[in-house]
Unconditional design. Structure first.
Length: 185
């Protein structure tokens, strides 16, 4: 079992797959730029994406060491996936309106709630469950605040933005449920 957990020996090399996958994702825009002008990343885009992948990967390694319970690890991975998607979407195109909309900062505030909650819980599953549920709730609040404060387009429908926010919140709620299950184990 230890070989599967740390990626050494004969088990599935999870660490190599994870870090290799991050490198492959980072290489995708580079290769896409060779074939289309629709993808146009600058060096700073690659640096930021590399730093984001490195931070998410390092945080996953930290969480994987915090608890060997598979349910905990899956909950932790879902929380990180949700965090990554909120950051990526918000910076790339914006969750509400464009990426230049200052109201999108509320979504980063929701993630900050999870970071503070996870740190306060010291990554213990019971506290992490509450922290992930709080992020889901705060994402909903961020959506309401961001859409209600938009006075430039008062009659615009926000259904697609609501759907996206709902998907992000669902990831955090699923993470919360898995942490709750891990706490009972």
């Amino acid at each position: 079992m230890a070989n599967v957990v740390n990626g050494s020996g004969r088990g599935i090399p999870w660490r190599a797959l994870g870090w290799g996958g991050a490198v492959a994702l980072l290489a995708l825009p580079f290769f896409a730029m060779q074939f289309t002008h629709e993808v146009n990343w600058t060096p700073s885009d690659f640096i930021f994406a590399g730093l984001l992948f490195a931070a998410i990967g390092a945080l996953f390694e930290l969480g994987a060491r915090a608890c060997r319970e598979p349910t905990y690890r899956f909950g932790y991975a879902l929380g990180l996936l949700g965090t990554f998607l909120v950051i990526w979407t918000n910076l790339a195109v914006g969750i509400v309106g464009s990426e230049d909309n200052p109201e999108n900062l509320w979504f980063f505030g929701a993630l900050l709630v999870g970071i503070v909650g996870g740190a306060a819980a010291r990554l213990r599953p019971g506290g992490m469950s509450w922290a992930m549920a709080a992020v889901a709730l705060c994402l909903g609040i961020a959506f309401v605040v961001a859409t209600m404060s938009r006075t430039d387009e008062p009659h615009v429908s926000h259904w697609h933005e609501l759907a996206g926010t709902g998907i992000f919140a669902a990831l955090f709620l699923a993470s919360s449920a898995l942490f709750r299950r891990a706490a009972r184990s």
